[in-house]
Design a protein around this ligand. Structure first.
Ligand SMILES: [Zn+2]
Length: 266
């Protein structure tokens, strides 16, 4: 068996187990010492963990950061990912900032399962190009009903849907774990909270915090996009959060921290 394939299956299975452990009382529960009477009692059930879900074409790991708690149902599982376009590095940077914030502030994810994947296209990020190593736009490579083969450009979605290892990792993650809502972080000249599927209400809540407009369409067709597949076809609320492309990671994090925490809360 190909060791990478085996490793990917095992890693995704581990994420499933971790999610399930986070969604029901577990013998692994680690109770904090009883706090002073003046403080509310809190229980941390499953410590934050890092799972390698698979590898890119150039064998870079695709890494999931998982924050979970007991007594939550599947409705409280959220996935936030960035870096699917390698020329949008602030999208990965803001996800890494969120990982650091949740690590330092466990109260922010108490009662929830929060999965964060900062670098969905690690080869593209390394090269600062939109596509993956095969020059395929991963955000046009999902098996959505509207997928179609297009001419070769930086938006080329491949000769068929779901051909790329980076796409397959995200498909397996979502099909096996069924998050209740998803935020896909990007960046472009005009920032917005774009939604697919039943995502309008969440987009409106995020807009109250980041001040970006809510848009049902990004303004041009996106056949085979993640939002078309997970939002339009699978009817999971999907927000494509477009950060301002001219802003730094620091400024984008500052302007979107509360919007992302609103998505964590649901
Ligand atoms: Zn993008």
């Amino acid at each position: 068996m190909n060791p990478l394939r085996h490793g990917r299956r095992l890693a995704i299975a581990l994420f499933c187990a971790a999610t399930m452990a986070g969604c029901s009382p577990s013998p692994g529960t680690i109770a904090r010492p009883t706090p002073p009477m003046s403080q509310p009692a809190t229980t941390v059930t499953v410590p934050p963990r890092v799972v390698t879900l698979g590898h890119s074409i150039e064998a870079r790991p695709i890494v999931l950061h998982l924050f979970g708690d007991t007594a939550v149902g599947p409705a409280n599982t959220v996935l936030i990912f960035g870096g699917i376009h390698g020329n949008e590095p602030t999208s990965a940077g803001v996800c890494r900032e969120l990982v650091a914030y949740l690590t330092a502030n466990p109260d922010a994810w108490q009662g929830r399962c929060v999965a964060i994947l900062p670098e969905a296209n690690p080869d593209g990020l390394n090269r600062r190009i939109r596509t993956n190593k095969n020059l395929i736009d991963l955000n046009r490579n999902f098996p959505a009903a509207n997928w179609k083969k297009t001419r070769r450009s930086s938006f080329f979605g491949g000769d068929a849907p779901a051909t790329e290892p980076e796409t397959k990792v995200l498909i397996s993650l979502i099909e096996q774990n069924k998050p209740a809502r998803i935020v896909s972080v990007h960046s472009m000249a005009d920032p917005c909270n774009n939604y697919d599927g039943p995502g309008e209400a969440l987009a409106e809540r995020m807009a109250k915090h980041n001040g970006y407009p809510v848009k049902a369409s990004i303004g041009y067709p996106t056949p085979g996009s993640f939002g078309s597949w997970a939002g339009g076809d699978k009817q999971i609320p999907v927000i494509t959060l477009e950060l301002p492309s001219r802003a730094t990671t620091e400024a984008s994090w500052k302007g979107n921290r509360e919007a992302l925490l609103a998505a964590v809360r649901g």
